[in-house]
Design a protein around this ligand. Structure first.
Ligand SMILES: CC(C)(COP(=O)(O)OP(=O)(O)OC[C@H]1O[C@@H](n2cnc3c(N)ncnc32)[C@H](O)[C@@H]1OP(=O)(O)O)[C@@H](O)C(=O)NCCC(=O)NCCS
Length: 191
């Protein structure tokens, strides 16, 4: 599906070098809790591990055929119908609306195709651009775990934000009819 030149597609092996280079960039890594030093080899190992994982879905957002952002929904839980969202934008394209496009499309995928009841995420409490983005999209701040994580020797607060199905349905960009055939092929559910 391509709307406004945007298209959400599944992450593929060809995206590995770009993912690795974006995650190595301090404009990304400074605000994401990454484990160890990210390399192309470690990203290949990550992809070999997660592509068989049917509790998650990793995607890229393209605009006019160029990859501008990456993210996913992880930890699909059938009993609570919830999943965790993650997102990051090309480090040279922050502040151009790509995060908004990615997160709203991921929510449409989660609530519509995956029939979730809740999408939630964690972010550093000092990550003002991320909190502004998620709030703009419609996520509610649900709490803060104080001094919960350590990054380069500094204890940082972690904020949890969530969006419920009923809240998503009331949002102007909600698309209950969204179709992603690749999602159905992988998970056997959805449209
Ligand atoms: C956080 C991130 C995903 C935001 O994506 P983005 O494409 O830059 O965000 P958008 O351009 O869609 O902006 C959405 C809103 O966030 C706010 N915003 C964006 N950049 C901001 C900044 N530097 N400071 C404060 N608010 C900002 C604005 O309110 C904006 O809405 P507006 O343009 O209508 O005013 C992106 O900065 C990023 O990838 N950061 C590094 C990785 C990361 O922190 N990921 C999130 C981990 S939880």
């Amino acid at each position: 599906m391509s709307v406004g030149g945007y298209s959400l597609r599944p992450f593929s092996e060809l995206d590995i070098p770009q993912r690795a280079s974006w995650l190595c960039d301090p404009r990304t890594s400074d605000t994401m809790p990454l484990e160890g030093h990210i390399t192309e080899a470690s990203t290949r190992a990550w992809w070999a591990r997660v592509q068989q994982d049917h509790t998650r879905c990793d995607v890229v957002l393209e605009q006019s055929g160029r990859v501008v952002a990456m993210g996913g929904l992880t930890g699909f839980d059938p009993s609570t119908r919830r999943a965790e969202l993650y997102a990051f934008v090309s480090p040279v394209h922050h502040g151009q609306g790509y995060g908004t496009q990615l997160v709203s499309r991921l929510c449409n995928l989660g609530f519509s195709a995956a029939r979730l009841n809740r999408v939630f995420l964690w972010t550093y409490a000092m990550n003002a651009p991320a909190i502004a983005l998620y709030s703009k999209v419609g996520f509610i701040t649900e709490g803060c775990l104080r001094q919960h994580s350590v990054t380069r020797g500094t204890l940082l607060d972690r904020q949890v934000m969530g969006l419920l199905r009923a809240e998503w349905q009331a949002l102007p960009w909600a698309d209950p009819g969204v179709q992603y055939s690749w999602f159905r092929d992988k998970f056997g559910i959805g449209n």
